[in-house]
Design a protein around this ligand. Structure first.
Ligand code: KIV
Length: 260
């Protein structure tokens, strides 16, 4: 699926449904269940590789999993692939070289973490045919500086995040992931932008939602508060994934208990 088809869905006010996906079997199942965006997240460093952060994930890993997911989805879902830590921060040219490998592996868009500092990189990629999703709020690749905790609670940080979002949109980003920020701020940023926001731990007012598939399936020993085990009460993986998609599109997930 290409970007114009994805954005078309949001025109009628439909919420975008996204899940992390790391292999071909799950990609096939998710596409069958009508998941719009399969995020080949660098969270695979934790869910697949067993590390305690995303930092050890390298570009070879990302290319391998992106190819597997693209093969499984076979054009029936939009493939968003993370640029891993160290693959884009040095320069726009470094980001292009890394992103090109992900696109060649089957990605439809790449995602990078960070604010206005990366506006030049976003512009460099988008002007060269690579759609970009920005990512603000809790940035797992910056865990050594911030820890895993809610971000932008104070007004100065909230305003900074909103300014960053507008700058990244202006630079050409087509989607924005908002992770672990207050629901009111996510709502405010979503209304200030024309591009869709995809929330995770950011309340119900975003243009779409994403969850880590392992959290959705109850596989995470200490899941984040904002996630939900959708397998509980369902008889199969397919039923759990369909229940998630339905809850996002129907506005039942996330509920107030999943955000602050
Ligand atoms: O890598 C990942 O799973 C992500 C989500 C948390 C948005 O970036």
């Amino acid at each position: 699926m290409f970007l114009p088809q994805l954005l078309e869905k949001t025109k009628n006010g439909e919420r975008l449904v996204a899940l992390t996906c790391y292999d071909a079997s799950m990609a096939r199942l998710m596409a069958t269940c009508g998941i719009d965006i399969l995020l080949v997240g660098d969270s695979l460093g934790m869910t697949v590789q067993g590390h305690n952060s995303t930092l050890p994930v390298n570009l070879t890993d990302m290319v391998y999993h992106t190819r597997a997911v693209a093969n499984g989805a076979a054009g029936r879902a939009f493939i968003l692939a993370d640029l891993n830590f160290g693959s884009y921060q040095a320069s726009p040219a470094q980001a292009f070289a890394s992103a090109a490998q992900l696109m060649a592996a089957g990605a439809n868009m790449v995602k990078l973490e960070g604010g206005a500092l990366f506006a030049e990189t976003v512009q460099f990629l988008t002007q060269r045919g690579i759609p970009v999703c920005a990512h603000l709020g809790l940035l797992p690749q910056s865990v050594n500086s911030t820890g895993y905790r809610m971000q932008a609670k104070a007004e100065t940080a909230a305003q900074q995040l909103q300014d960053d979002a507008l700058t990244l949109q202006e630079a050409g980003a087509s989607l924005l992931v908002l992770e672990a920020i207050p629901a009111e701020l996510a709502d405010r940023v979503t209304r200030a932008l024309t591009i869709p926001t995809i929330g995770i731990g950011a309340g119900a007012q975003c243009g779409g939602q994403v969850l880590v598939i392992n959290d959705l399936l109850g596989l995470t020993p200490t899941p984040p508060r904002f996630s939900k085990d959708f397998l509980q009460g369902q008889g199969s993986l397919e039923a759990a994934i369909r229940a998630y998609a339905e809850a996002v599109r129907g506005g039942q997930f996330p509920g107030p208990e999943h955000s602050r």
